[in-house]
Ligand binder design. Structure first.
Ligand SMILES: [Zn+2]
Length: 257
């Protein structure tokens, strides 16, 4: 069966359509290339970000939103994983330069709303969005973390934040052919900080990933199933789709009541 060209996905689009079409909102998925326990692919964050953004955008598009999903940026901040083979680090200052170039294009061409669709915990867009907002006063820039959109305890049994039950379930749903068999799955046991303030979360220091986890995972993946992944994917994309639609329709000069 032939797949249809999705008008809300830039990489599938063509000049025939875009010569005269205009969007209100651009969505930029931003992932990472890094080890995900033993069993998930290095591109996990990119597959997740692309798939979630595309499905949410479909929801918003079908409800009348004029939005376009840009190609995923496949490298993220991996400063804490410098000794993990082929984890490719992009420094925050490099992210700033990439964002500034993309925003310059959007600003010049009249797409004044941008949602940075973050898919990787190590990416921190807040200081970047603050600075770029000052530099481009006509642009309205925001970011989201899809992995914080839902109450995960309604979908998953185990806690975790990297290659855990959530991510393994999602990948079993989205790309089962890229998930290694259960016998390879590590426990995802993460060591805790000896100093209390870091454990409590009011002090922060970079985690040296290779010292906190033997298999690179944080969170036990063993309760993961494709069914859990599908249920979570559907609920999350619906919620994010509604958010994207709101962004498309929002009058950014009247955001507060
Ligand atoms: Zn991940």
């Amino acid at each position: 069966m032939e797949q249809e060209i999705r008008p809300f996905i830039l990489s599938e689009n063509n000049w025939h359509h875009l010569k005269d079409f205009r969007y209100d909102l651009a969505v930029l998925p931003w992932g990472a290339t890094e080890a995900h326990n033993y069993h998930l692919p290095y591109g996990t964050d990119n597959y997740e970000g692309e798939s979630l953004a595309a499905e949410a955008a479909r929801y918003a598009w079908e409800a009348g939103g004029k939005l376009v999903v840009l190609p995923v940026i496949p490298f993220g901040v991996n400063t804490g994983q410098s000794d993990i083979y082929l984890d490719i680090n992009l420094n925050p200052s490099t992210q700033m330069a990439i964002l500034e170039d993309i925003i310059s294009t959007l600003n010049r061409q009249g797409i004044k709303k941008l949602l940075i669709f973050n898919s990787h915990g190590g990416n921190d867009f807040k200081p970047l969005v603050r600075e770029l907002g000052l530099k481009f006063p006509e642009m309205w820039i925001c970011f989201s973390n899809w992995f914080q959109a839902m109450d995960r305890s309604e979908y998953f049994e185990e806690a975790g934040d990297h290659a855990d039950e959530l991510e393994t379930s999602l990948m079993l749903h989205l790309k089962p052919e890229l998930v290694l068999p259960r016998s390879t799955w590590g426990e995802g046991i993460a060591k805790e900080h000896r100093i209390g303030a870091f454990k409590e979360g009011w002090a922060w220091a970079e985690r040296k990933w290779s010292e906190i986890s033997a298999d690179t995972g944080v969170g036990d993946p063993h309760a993961a199933t494709a069914e859990k992944g599908e249920r979570y994917f559907k609920a999350t994309t619906k919620k994010i789709g509604q958010f994207m639609l709101e962004l498309c329709k929002a009058d950014t000069t009247r955001l507060y009541q």
